[in-house]
Design a protein around this ligand. Structure first.
Ligand code: NAP
Length: 252
């Protein structure tokens, strides 16, 4: 049974691995045996230390995904450093909060560029590589409760995360015949920098906490089993799904 989840010999490319969920996902993959390449807009010495402590190889590229970037060149750099990419985890994401009537165009663009456009461009480049090398590739996107719901004061974020769900399904359809799966994890409310403003707002914190059946906010480690399930060699027939990992939020 263990071999179904064994990632020894595989390489994962994880975006936004410096902090929060991305760091947790990178660590879970390394603990299952994968070497880890990363992308982030700033250095990530803590993540490097954690991954190397598992005995796995680590590689980092500093890329600002809110600016135009050459996704093919980024993939090629990861491939040449690590020997290939088997698993792509599109985790990097930002949120900008404002009333609908006050949203700035530059904030709209930044959120869509990081959360959705980079997901497409990196997935496209990864798919080319996986097809060309005949890999049973795995692409895992990080969606959100706002892939299903509208949220409050985060319209670009909700639009981007609905887009991530749609893109997951569209890519799954086309890539399934090539042996590549595309799935998404939709985390609930997790304790990371992304939700710091919410947790610091006593009213919103209380409203959200009251709706979580598990009676707590999630932690990065709560996503470990979901990422291993989607990344695993033993999951070739699971594709196009958006899996909530939310302590029951969606069914409340
Ligand atoms: P986080 O701690 O703020 O992490 C975001 C990560 O994305 C950071 O490592 C950051 O690294 C990277 N990033 C941000 N802007 C970037 C850019 N322009 N270019 C490259 N990398 C960039 O938040 P998180 O909660 O872990 O979020 C991770 C993902 O989970 C996001 O897609 C988020 O939407 C999603 N999510 C979070 C929650 C939650 O409750 N926390 C719920 C649902 C979904 P650098 O600073 O180095 O760039």
């Amino acid at each position: 049974m263990k071999h179904l989840f064994d990632l020894t010999g595989k390489t994962a490319l994880v975006t936004g691995a410096r902090t929060g969920l991305g760091q947790g996902l990178a660590l879970a993959l390394a603990e299952a045996g994968a070497d880890v390449a990363t992308i982030g807009s700033s250095p990530m010495p803590d993540t490097e230390r954690l991954i190397k402590a598992t005995g796995r190889r680590f590689h980092a590229q500093q890329i600002d995904l809110s600016k135009p970037f050459n996704a093919q060149a980024v993939l090629d750099a990861a491939i040449s450093a690590m020997g290939g990419v088997d698993i792509l985890v599109n985790n990097a994401g930002i949120i900008r909060r404002a009333d609908i009537v006050d949203v700035l165009e530059e904030d709209w663009d930044a959120v869509i560029d990081v959360n959705l456009k980079s997901v497409f461009l990196l997935s496209q480049a990864a798919a080319r590589h996986m097809i060309a090398t005949g890999r049973a590739g795995r692409i895992v996107n990080i969606a959100s409760m706002l892939s299903f719901q509208g949220g409050v004061r985060v319209p670009a974020y909700a639009a981007s995360k609905h887009g991530v769900a749609g893109l997951t399904k569209a890519m799954a359809n086309e890539l399934a015949p090539k042996g590549i799966t595309v799935n998404a994890i939709a985390p609930g409310y997790m304790e990371t920098d992304n939700t710091e403003a919410l947790r610091n707002d006593p009213d919103r914190h209380a409203q959200i906490s009251a709706r979580i059946p598990a009676a707590r906010w999630g932690m990065p480690a709560d996503l470990a089993t979901a990422i291993l399930f989607f990344a695993a060699p033993g999951s070739p027939y699971v594709t196009g799904t958006v899996l909530p990992v939310d302590g029951g939020w969606m069914v409340r």
